[in-house]
Design a binder for this molecule. Structure first.
Ligand SMILES: CCCCC/C=C\C/C=C\C/C=C\C=C\C(=O)SCCNC(=O)CCNC(=O)[C@H](O)C(C)(C)COP(=O)(O)OP(=O)(O)OC[C@H]1O[C@@H](n2cnc3c(N)ncnc32)[C@H](O)[C@@H]1OP(=O)(O)O
Ligand SMILES: Cc1cc2nc3c(=O)[nH]c(=O)nc-3n(C[C@H](O)[C@H](O)[C@H](O)COP(=O)(O)OP(=O)(O)OC[C@H]3O[C@@H](n4cnc5c(N)ncnc54)[C@H](O)[C@@H]3O)c2cc1C
Length: 572
C-alpha cells in the first residue's frame, strides 16, 4: 500500500487478523511477549485456520496440538495432506509466525479448536524452522500482491505458553480449563464487521468512476440532429448506476453502525458480559454476506456501464472487482454465513417469539409478528395501501417481508420433521428458505438503518437528496424482490406497477445531483487510480497517455516480430 492504498498486501493479515487476534485472545504476558514485537514488525504473523480439506467446517480441521507434560510443550502436527494449512495471507514468504488453529489434545482427550502461536521462520535468516514446510500456493484469480501460502507442520514443538490462553487454558499438568463461553474461540467477528465497511468503499469507488465517466462520455443520438448526449442521460444508464449509488450510501451507514456495534459489544465481552455475542455474530455474519454479494454484483454493473474502456485496467474497475470478489468467500463463505444467521439466530428467535418472549435488538420485529399472528386477520386480507413516498411505511414493509420469510423457513423445517426427516435433514431441506430469510432480514436492517440515519441529518437540502436515495434503494429492492412481497401478500400487481413508475421518477430527480453525490465520497484521484474516474474529467488525453506507457510500447517494433512473425513468414 506504500505504492497504492487499498491494494491487497502481504501485511494485511498481520494487521487485520494477527494483531486483532492477539488483542482478543492473548493473556497480558503473551501481549508483552508477542504484541509488542509484532507491533514493531519484528514478528510478522498470519492467521492460519483454513486447511486444504476444510475452510468452512471448523470442527473438521485436522491439524493437532498435543500437550506433552514431560516437556511442557505442545506438538503441532499436520497428520494428512488435507490438513496442510492452505490460503493464509502472507504465509508463503512474508510471515515468521502464524496463529495456528488446531485441535487441542491433552490427557488423552480432544477439546476442539484452539489458537497457538507458532514460529515458522528464523527471526534473522527467515529460513523455515525445523519441521516447518512453508511456501506460496501459486497464482490466483487476483491478490497477486499477496503470498497466500501453505504450511505443513511435522511434529513441531512450541512452549505451553504459546497457546492463546485469555479464555481457555491448559495447566502444567495438562488439565484443560474451559473458556467462559465456547463461542469466544471462534473469532472472525471483528473482520466480518469491518468487511461491511469495505463493501461500502468498493461501491463508492465503483460508482464514482462509472458516474463521472458517464457524465463525460457522449455517445449515440437521443434527438436527431442534436449533439451526442452524455450517456448519463440515458434512462437505462441511470437505472444501472443510481441504485448502486444509493447502495453505496446505504452500506456506508451500515458499515458505521456495524463498527459501532462491534466496538460496543466487544467492550461488554471484555467486561465479561457475553449476552450480546449471538446478536453480534448473527449481524456480522449476515451483513458481511449481504453487503459483499450486493457489492460484488454492483462492481460488475459499473464496469460494464463504461463500455470497452471499463474493461481496461486504466478504469481501475477490473482491479476493484478482482480484489473485492474474494470477500464473498473468505472470512466465512457467504452462503454459510447466511445459514448461520438464519439457523443460529432468526429461527431460534422466531420460536422464542412464538411462545410470547419479548425479543430485543435487530429481531424485535419477530415479537410483533408473533403477536400479529394471534390477532384476527382483517377480512380483506389484501395488501395494505402502499406509499411510494413514505420511507417509514417502506421500512415496515421490509420488516413484514422478513418476518414472513423467517416464518416460512421455520414452518418448512416443521413440515420436513413431520414428514419424518431427521433434524439435520429437515434443516438441510429448508436451507434455501433459510438463506432467503437471512437475506430479507439483512435487507430490512439496511433499509431501516438508512432511514434512521436521515433523522440525524439537519441540513434540509442534504436530507432531501439522501431521502431520495433512500427511497430509490428501498423501491428498487422491492422491485427486484417483488416475488417475496407478492408471495407474502404485502404487494399487489397494480402496486408493483406504481413502484416501477416511481423508480423512473426518482432516477430523473437524482440526475442533476449524481456527480455531486459521488464527489461527496471525497475519493481523490490517487485512491481511485482510475483514468475514467478522474476528478477533472480529462479522460481521453489521460487514456492515451496511459496507453503510451504500456510496456508493450517501449519499442516501436516488438521483439516478437523478429522472433516469431518473420521466421513464420519465411516458412509459409
Ligand atoms: C481492518 C480492516 C480490514 C482490512 C483488511 C485486512 C485484512 C484482510 C482480512 C481478510 C481477508 C484475508 C484473509 C481471510 C481470512 C480468512 O478467511 S480466515 C478463515 C475464515 N473462516 C471462517 O470464517 C470459517 C467459517 N466457518 C465457521 O465459522 C463455522 O464452521 C460455523 C460457524 C459455520 C459452524 O461452526 P460450528 O462449530 O459447527 O458451530 P455451530 O453452527 O454448531 O454453532 C455453535 C454455536 O457457536 C455460535 N457461533 C458460531 N460462530 C461464531 C462466531 N464467529 N462468534 C460467536 N458465536 C459463534 C453459534 O451461533 C452457535 O451458538 P448457539 O449454540 O446456537 O448458541
Ligand atoms: C483470497 C483469499 C484469502 C484467504 N485468506 C485466508 C487466511 O488468511 N486465513 C485462513 O485461514 N483462510 C483464508 N482463506 C480461506 C477462506 O477462509 C476459505 O476459503 C473459506 O472459509 C471457505 O472455505 P472453503 O474454501 O473450504 O470452501 P467450502 O466450505 O468447501 O465451500 C465450497 C462450497 O460448499 C458450500 N458449503 C460448505 N459448507 C456448507 C454448509 N454447511 N451448508 C451449505 N453449503 C455449504 C459453500 O457454500 C460453497 O458453495 C482465504 C481465501 C481466499 C479466497
Amino acid at each position: 500500500s506504500c505504492v497504492h492504498p487499498d491494494r491487497p498486501e502481504p501485511l494485511d493479515l498481520h494487521l487485520g487478523m494477527f494483531l486483532p487476534t492477539l488483542l482478543n485472545q492473548a493473556t497480558p504476558e503473551q501481549m508483552e511477549r508477542f504484541f509488542t514485537p509484532a507491533w514493531n514488525l519484528r514478528i510478522i504473523g498470519t492467521y492460519a485456520q483454513t486447511e486444504m480439506g476444510h475452510g468452512t467446517h471448523l470442527r473438521g480441521l485436522e491439524t493437532t496440538a498435543t500437550f506433552d507434560p514431560s516437556t511442557q510443550e505442545f506438538v503441532l502436527h499436520s497428520p494428512t495432506i488435507s490438513s496442510i494449512k492452505w490460503w493464509p495471507g502472507g504465509l508463503g514468504k512474508t510471515s515468521n509466525h502464524a496463529i495456528v488453529l488446531a485441535q487441542l489434545h491433552t490427557q488423552g482427550r480432544c477439546h476442539g479448536l484452539h489458537a497457538f502461536i507458532v514460529p515458522i521462520r528464523d527471526m534473522d535468516t527467515h529460513v523455515p524452522l525445523p519441521g516447518v514446510v512453508v511456501g506460496d500456493i501459486g497464482p490466483k484469480f487476483g491478490f497477486s500482491e499477496v503470498d497466500n501460502g501453505f504450511l505443513k507442520l511435522e511434529h513441531v514443538r512450541i512452549p505451553l505458553d504459546n497457546m492463546l490462553m485469555k479464555f481457555a487454558k491448559v495447566e502444567p499438568d495438562g488439565t484443560y480449563v474451559k473458556p467462559p463461553s465456547a463461542k469466544l474461540t471462534y473469532g472472525m467477528v471483528f473482520i466480518r464487521s469491518m468487511i461491511v465497511g469495505q463493501s461500502a468503499l468498493a461501491l463508492a469507488k465503483s460508482c464514482t468512476i462509472a458516474i463521472r465517466y458517464s457524465a463525460v462520455r457522449h455517445q449515440s443520438e437521443l434527438r436527431p440532429g442534436e449533439p451526442e448526449p452524455q450517456i448519463l442521460n440515458y434512462q437505462t444508464q441511470q437505472h444501472k448506476l443510481f441504485p448502486v449509488l444509493a447502495a453505496a450510501y446505504a452500506f456506508t451507514f451500515v458499515g458505521q453502525y456495524m463498527k459501532d456495534t462491534y466496538r460496543r459489544i466487544s467492550g461488554d465481552i471484555h467486561a465479561g458480559d457475553y449476552s450480546q455475542l449471538p446478536e453480534l455474530h448473527a449481524l456480522s455474519a449476515g451483513l458481511k454476506a449481504f453487503t459483499t454479494w450486493a457489492a460484488n454484483a454492483a462492481i460488475e454493473v459499473c464496469r460494464m456501464s463504461c463500455g470497452g474502456h471499463g474493461y481496461s485496467r486504466s478504469s481501475a474497475l477490473p482491479d476493484i472487482y478482482v480484489e473485492f470478489t474474494p470477500t464473498c468467500t473468505y472470512e466465512g463463505e457467504n452462503t454459510v454465513m447466511m445459514l448461520q444467521t438464519a439457523s443460529r439466530y432468526l429461527v431460534k428467535s422466531y420460536r422464542q417469539a412464538s411462545v410470547g418472549q419479548r425479543l430485543q435488538g435487530s429481531v424485535s420485529y419477530l415479537s410483533e409478528a408473533a403477536a400479529q399472528r394471534l390477532r384476527p386477520r382483517p377480512v380483506s386480507g389484501g395488501a395494505a395501501p402502499l406509499s411510494t413516498q413514505d420511507l417509514l411505511s417502506l421500512v415496515h414493509l421490509y420488516q413484514r417481508r422478513a418476518a414472513s420469510l423467517v416464518e416460512l423457513a421455520a414452518k418448512s423445517i416443521q413440515q420436513e420433521l413431520q414428514r419424518g426427516r431427521s433434524q439435520e435433514e429437515a434443516w438441510n431441506h429448508s436451507s434455501i428458505d433459510l438463506v432467503r430469510a437471512s437475506d430479507a432480514h439483512c435487507h430490512f436492517v439496511v433499509v431501516k438503518l438508512f432511514v434512521d440515519k436521515l433523522e440525524q441529518v439537519d441540513d434540509a437540502a442534504v436530507k432531501a437528496v439522501l431521502s431520495t436515495l433512500a427511497l430509490l434503494y428501498a423501491l428498487k429492492g422491492l422491485a427486484d424482490n417483488s416475488g417475496d412481497f407478492l408471495q407474502a401478500g404485502l404487494l399487489t400487481v397494480p402496486q408493483a406497477t406504481r413502484v416501477s413508475a416511481r423508480i423512473k421518477e426518482l432516477l430523473e430527480e437524482l440526475r442533476p445531483d449524481a456527480v455531486a453525490l459521488v464527489d461527496a465520497f471525497d475519493l481523490n484521484d490517487r485512491k481511485l487510480n482510475s483514468v475514467l474516474g478522474r476528478y477533472d474529467g480529462n479522460v481521453y488525453e489521460h487514456l492515451y497517455e496511459w496507453a503510451r506507457q504500456s510496456p508493450l510500447n517501449a519499442t516501436e517494433v516488438h521483439e516478437s516480430f523478429h522472433k516469431y512473425l518473420k521466421p513464420l513468414r519465411s516458412r509459409l
